[in-house]
Design a protein around this ligand. Structure first.
Ligand code: FAD
Length: 265
């Protein structure tokens, strides 16, 4: 629908007046861009470090106390800033790997070889050390209860851990059809014990994959069965772009593909 006046001018409501004169689709997009990205970036807070634990050889989860007024949509990320020392590139984005229904903010990351100053600083944190967080940010979350295919590449599993945990903890996954394809060339498959295979009453089925050929095979099967499925793809940018292009060759419309590209990997 183009040229449709969606809302009238309202000085007091800046969010709404920004979409005056836009088409319904453009207006919706701008509104969600504002609410998912622009407005939350100004929401800054400090979180106290609680503990860290190892998920795998080089993968750590960092746990922070969660303020009562902090919530997010499972799948979103925050911009985290090192506060306890001065470093270059002191702010980086990380998906919130905990579910909003959990009692903590968690981020999970790989720290190997010669880590960046940022990751060294993460490792140096002690109980109570403050970290800055802006957000929550991003449109990478479930918007309806329709069938969904999650594609995770390596560390790209973090937003899905949050989404799946949230579905379990709130019981809202019942009756939904969600499938996770988890590609990890190193086969470490962090969170595997939590994600399960096709565990008990879990509505989520998971395939653990080690190659792109396997991944594309699974996508073909899924796409053939679910004409209007929604696709969520997260991980290194190269993988996210390749899967997105592949999906489009399978006639999946762009609007059904949500991408979370982990720049920096
Ligand atoms: C929306 C969003 C969400 C994100 N969520 C997460 C998340 O949940 N977990 C997470 O770990 N990261 C996440 N990232 C990426 C994160 O912000 C960092 O860019 C990433 O962890 C790399 O960290 P680093 O630059 O501190 O480098 P380090 O990991 O310390 O690596 C040091 C150097 O080696 C290079 N390097 C590291 N690994 C590789 C590799 N596999 N291939 C090639 N070069 C490499 C890096 O470029 C860097 O220069 C996310 C990014 C975005 C945009």
């Amino acid at each position: 629908m183009t040229g449709h006046l969606l809302v009238s001018y309202n000085e007091k409501d800046t969010k709404r007046c920004l979409i005056v004169g836009e088409s319904r689709d453009e207006g919706r997009w701008k509104m969600s861009f504002l609410t998912d990205n622009l407005i939350p970036i100004f929401k800054k807070r400090e979180l106290a470090f609680r503990e860290r634990y190892r998920e795998a050889e080089d993968v750590y989860t960092f746990v922070f106390d969660k303020d009562k007024d902090l919530s997010w949509k499972a799948g979103q990320y925050g911009l985290f800033s090192i506060k306890h020392k001065k470093i270059k590139k002191g702010t980086k984005p990380f998906s919130l790997s905990s579910a909003p229904a959990e009692d903590a903010v968690r981020i999970t990351t790989k720290i190997a070889g010669e880590p960046s100053e940022f990751k060294q600083a993460l490792l140096e944190m002690e109980r109570g050390t403050k970290i800055g967080m802006s957000g929550p940010l991003g449109p990478f979350y479930l918007k309806d209860r329709g069938p969904a295919l999650f594609v995770a590449g390596g560390m790209g599993i973090t937003p899905f851990r949050s989404i799946i945990k949230q579905l379990h903890l709130t019981g809202t996954g019942a009756g939904m059809s969600v499938r996770l394809l988890y590609l990890d060339g190193e086969k470490s498959y962090i969170y595997r014990s939590e994600l399960g295979e096709k565990a008990g009453d879990s509505p989520i089925s998971v395939s653990y994959l080690a190659s792109r050929d396997e991944l594309y095979g699974e996508i073909d099967e899924y796409a053939a069965l679910h004409e209007d499925g929604k696709y969520f793809v997260a991980g290194p940018r190269s993988l996210v772009d390749a899967v997105s292009v592949y999906l489009q060759t399978k006639k999946v419309p762009k609007r059904n593909i949500a991408k979370d590209a982990f720049f920096g990997y």
